[in-house]
Design a protein around this ligand. Sequence first.
Ligand code: ZN
Length: 164
Amino acid sequence: MRFLAGYPPDLLDQVRALVGAGRLGEHLAQRYPARHTVQTDRALYAYANDIKQEYLRSAPPLHKVGYDPRLEAAHRALGLHTAISRVQGGKLKAKKEIRVAAVFKDGPPEFLRMIVVHELAHLKEADHDKAFYRLCEHMEPRYHQFEFDARLFLAWRELERAQD
Ligand SMILES: [Zn+2]
């Protein structure tokens, strides 16, 4: 349950019960039946930039946004944010780059929105503190539910892979 560290024990008991009954995948499919159409890095950039323009207009521009298959296999799938600094014309410029684990490419739109909102919030707030989560909820009121369920989704995928 490494994806779910820090959640209340009674909630984790419910998850264990679902896993034990072999019903986690079904549970997720019922709650999140849809799949999104954001299938290229170009589309993902436009998707992230639209949300940024709506909520974080004054934040620095996004340099690059893309799916990253290397993030797939890990706890790093959530909460990777990258600010790359490069020297340009004698000036140090912070380039804002967002990489989304490729696992979210084939997932529900709710999880994609959650992860993009998370990464966008890091343009303003470096740490996972109250201000950070307030900003996430401002952009997506169901943020916490989606984050929890995205963690379930990652846990479920890991379980499935372990059974192969
Ligand atoms: Zn983060």
